[in-house]
Design a protein around this ligand. Sequence first.
Ligand SMILES: [Zn+2]
Ligand SMILES: [Zn+2]
Length: 271
Amino acid sequence: MSPIRVDYHIHTRFSVDSQSSPARCCLAARQAGVEEICFTDHLDVHPVDPGFGYFDPGGYSRAVTAVAGFPGVSVRLGLEVGFDRRSHADLLAYLEAHPLPLDFVLGSVHVVEDRLLDTFLLSAGNHEPAISAYLDEVEAAVRAAASHRLFDVLGHLDVFKRYLPGGHGRSRLARFQDRIDSILELAAAGGVGLEVNTSGLRNRLGETLPALEVVRRFRELGGEILTVGSDSHREGDVGAGIDAALDIARAAGFRAITVFRQRQPAWVDIV
Ligand SMILES: [Zn+2]
Ligand SMILES: [Zn+2]
């Protein structure tokens, strides 16, 4: 049997930055040979985020349920929750007030010190303290996931690479190796997974978020939960780069990747 191909990071019109329709995403998945997809629309509760107040939990859940029987594609209901320490309590309150039958929750940091991450990084005179402040939020996010299951998998760990010009983010990664190691260690010990996000393969960055070295380190530090996702915001990107992400997973020492049902992990072989 050939390894299953899955995409666990897909946005639709229920995210402020996407127009995709769930049904057309399913069709695109089938055409791309992707057998299982998980929709992960944005839930961002910090007022500075453009998605603040946009999410419609009832409409989203109904729209995903409506495509649940799509022929040839298995469909999961997920969320990408935006974490930052200042809005953490609001996020918890929102999730409690709007319970959804979720299969999967991805946790990502999009806001640092009350500013959107790209603005925060680009306006910083010195990028290193800004990256460090971002990693502080990521570490707090992983602690929240490990202690009260706020989310299952950490999204695009080194996303600052996307925003810093001229490959600066990538070149700085090595200087933060100890910080990243301790985040990966916390995640592995707390049962929190790591995402291989392929969006960077579709732009000038030219590599996944994170790339092989970090994924390998996660494995070495005991990480067992690894998901792959395109972070597609348009139907044509559903499934994009998934084969490359699976190659990275194998090269990093993973023999299986993770899928979720009702927030419970399950592993599918990739070797
Ligand atoms: Zn994100
Ligand atoms: Zn996303």
